[in-house]
Design a protein around this ligand. Structure first.
Ligand code: GLN
Length: 498
C-alpha cells in the first residue's frame, strides 16, 4: 500500500471513509514524521530538521483524531474527516500556542480558534501542529522568524520562501498532506512556488480573517497549500464562507464547491500574458519552464492573449507603503498591557511601552512600523499613503481592463528560484523586489494560484501563477487541474529531481 504520507488529501479522505485506516493511525504516522522537523522555540533548527513546525501537542492531536474516528464510526463524518492539516502559526488556536513567529507572543495561548481553523475542524480535519513563518507574516524567505529559518526540502541550504515558509516546506516534505497559509503580498503563492507545491489565495474577503493575526488588513487573505489543485479545491471549499459577525470584510457570498469545474476542458480558454511579467528581470531558468507550461496549456486548447499590466513595477512601492502603514496600526496592540511580552521592572508606563516593543519585535517588524508610521504622519500622508492608495486603484482597474480580453492571466510567481539562506537577509529591498509578480493581484484583491511547472537552476522548483477575476477561484483550479492532469510536475518530490 502507498505510504500514508504519499496519499493526496482526496485519497486519504477516501481511505478514512472506507475505514482502511483510522484517524488515530493517520495522526500518529504524521506526528512521528513531524517530530523530526521542529524548530524548538528559541533554538535554531539543527541537523536534519527543516524547522517547519514550531508547535506540536500530541495529546490534543490524538484527541481530535479519536473524535474523528468516532464520527466515522457513527456515520456523521465531515467531508475531510480524519485528514491531518497543520496551520501557519499566524492563525490562533486553542489547543496550541500561537506566536506569529514573534518573541512578542512567545507564551501566548488564544482562548479561541480562528474561523478558518474552526471551519476545517468542522469538516473533520485533525490539527497536527503549528508551522513556522516570518514574524507577523512580514518576509519573503521565512528568515524573519524569531524561532529559526526553515530549510527548503529541495535544497537545505535554501529558503523555502515566505512568509508561509513552514507551511510550504511541511507539505513538500510530506510531513502533512495540507497546510494553511496566509497571503498579504504573495505569502501563499511564493513559498508554494519555491517548494514545488500548489497554493491558492482566494479573492479578498472569501476567507474570514477572524483569528488570523493581522498584518495588513486590507490585503490579508487565508488559503490552502497542498500538493495538487484538486486537493486545494477541497480545502478551499471547506475554509471559505461568510463570517459577518466576526469579520466585516468577509464577502456576503455563500460557500462554494470549488471542485465543481475541475474536469471542464480548457478548449478556447483565453490566457492573458502580461508583457510586464516577462521582462528583463525574469531569470532564464524560470522563463523556460513558464513558457513550456503556457505551451502545454495551448496544447490543451487554450489561446494566448498578449496584454499589458502597465503599472506592474509600481506595485512594489505601493505595497511597501500601504502594508507597513496598516501594520504600524495593527501592531500598536502589542503594548505589553493586554497580552504578550511585557518587559520586567520598567521605570514608568512610557518606559514599559518602549522596552516591551524593543525587546519583543524583530528588526524587519520594527523597520515596517517605522516606515508605516512615517507614511501616515502629518505632512507625509498625502505624498505617500494617499498617493499609494490612488495607484492601488489604478492597478485594480488595469486588471479589469485585462479581463475584458482574457479569462485568466498567467505568468511567473517569482523572478528567480529560491535563493540561499543568508543571501538576502541583510538586504530588505532585495527581498521586496522579489515580490514583483505576486503584489499586483494582492493589491487588486484578486485570486491567485501557484502551481509547480518545472525545475530551474539547482534543480529548484518553478511555479506558474494564474490570476483570475474576482470570485473566479473555481476557474483557476479548473485550469490548474487540467494542467496537472496532462503533466506530472506536481508529483515530483524533493530528492527525486531526475
Ligand atoms: N513578502 C511580502 C512581505 O514581506 C508578502 C508577505 C505576505 O504575503 N504575508 O510583506
Amino acid at each position: 500500500m502507498t505510504a500514508l504520507h504519499d496519499l493526496s488529501v482526496a485519497a486519504l479522505a477516501a481511505e478514512l471513509r472506507a475505514k482502511r485506516v483510522s484517524a488515530v493511525e493517520t495522526a500518529q504516522h504524521f506526528l512521528a514524521r513531524a517530530a523530526h522537523h521542529t524548530a524548538l522555540l528559541g533554538a535554531p533548527a539543527e541537523g536534519a530538521s527543516n524547522g517547519a513546525f514550531v508547535a506540536l501537542n500530541e495529546e490534543a492531536t490524538l484527541a481530535q483524531a479519536r473524535a474523528a474516528d468516532a464520527r466515522l464510526a457513527a456515520g456523521t463524518a465531515g467531508r475531510l474527516e480524519g485528514v491531518p492539516i497543520a496551520h501557519k502559526d499566524i492563525f490562533v488556536t486553542r489547543d496550541f500556542p500561537t506566536t506569529a513567529g514573534s518573541k512578542m507572543l512567545r507564551n501566548y495561548r488564544s482562548p479561541f480558534d480562528a474561523t478558518v481553523v474552526a471551519r476545517l475542524a468542522s469538516e473533520g480535519m485533525v490539527t497536527l501542529g503549528k508551522l513556522n513563518c516570518d514574524e507577523f507574516a512580514m518576509g519573503s524567505g521565512n528568515e524573519n522568524s524569531a524561532w529559526s529559518a526553515v530549510r527548503n526540502p529541495w535544497d537545505a541550504s535554501r529558503i523555502p520562501g515566505g512568509s508561509s515558509g513552514g507551511s510550504a516546506a511541511a507539505v513538500a516534505a510530506r510531513l502533512t498532506p495540507a497546510a494553511t497559509g496566509t497571503d498579504t503580498g504573495g505569502s501563499i503563492r511564493q513559498p508554494a512556488s519555491f517548494c514545488g507545491i500548489t497554493g491558492i489565495k482566494p479573492t479578498y474577503g472569501r476567507a474570514s480573517r477572524y483569528g488570523m493575526i493581522a498584518y495588513a488588513s486590507s490585503l490579508d487573505q487565508a488559503g490552502p497549500m497542498a500538493r495538487s489543485a484538486e486537493d486545494c479545491a477541497l480545502l478551499l471549499s471547506a475554509l471559505c464562507g461568510p463570517d459577518p459577525d466576526r469579520d466585516s470584510t468577509s464577502l456576503d457570498v455563500p460557500a462554494e464547491d470549488f471542485s465543481r469545474d475541475l474536469q471542464r476542458p480548457i478548449q478556447g480558454l483565453r490566457i492573458g500574458i502580461p508583457a510586464e511579467f516577462f521582462g528583463e528581470g525574469l531569470a532564464a531558468d524560470v522563463r523556460g519552464p513558464i513558457e513550456a507550461a503556457l505551451q502545454a496549456l495551448v496544447d490543451q486548447g487554450a489561446v494566448r492573449v498578449p496584454l499589458h499590466l502597465p503599472r506592474t513595477e509600481l506595485a512594489i512601492p505601493v505595497y511597501y507603503i500601504l502594508a507597513p502603514a496598516e501594520a504600524s496600526s495593527n501592531l500598536s496592540r502589542f503594548d505589553g498591557v493586554k497580552f504578550g511580552h511585557r518587559t520586567p521592572n520598567p521605570a514608568d508606563l512610557i518606559d514599559m511601552y518602549k522596552k516591551t516593543r524593543a525587546e519583543g519585535f524583530g528588526d524587519e517588524v520594527k523597520r515596517r512600523i517605522m516606515i508605516g508610521t512615517y507614511v501616515l504622519s502629518h505632512g507625509y500622508y498625502d505624498a505617500y499613503y494617499l498617493q499609494a492608495q490612488k495607484i492601488r486603484r489604478m492597478i485594480a482597474s488595469d486588471f479589469q481592463q485585462a479581463f475584458t480580453q482574457c479569462d485568466v492571466i498567467a505568468g511567473p510567481v517569482t523572478p528567480t528560484v529560491a535563493w540561499k539562506i543568508g543571501e538576502k537577509s541583510d538586504d530588505p529591498v532585495a527581498n521586496y523586489l522579489a515580490d514583483i509578480f505576486t503584489l499586483p493581484a494582492s493589491l487588486a484583491g484578486l485570486p491567485g494560484l501557484s502551481l509547480p511547472c518545472g525545475l530551474g537552476a539547482g534543480g529548484m522548483p518553478v511555479g506558474l501563477q494564474l490570476i483570475g477575476n474576482y470570485l473566479n477561484e473555481a476557474r483557476l483550479l479548473n485550469v490548474a487541474h487540467q494542467y496537472q492532469t496532462a503533466t506530472d510536475w506536481h508529483t515530483r518530490q524533493p530528492g527525486a529531481t531526475a
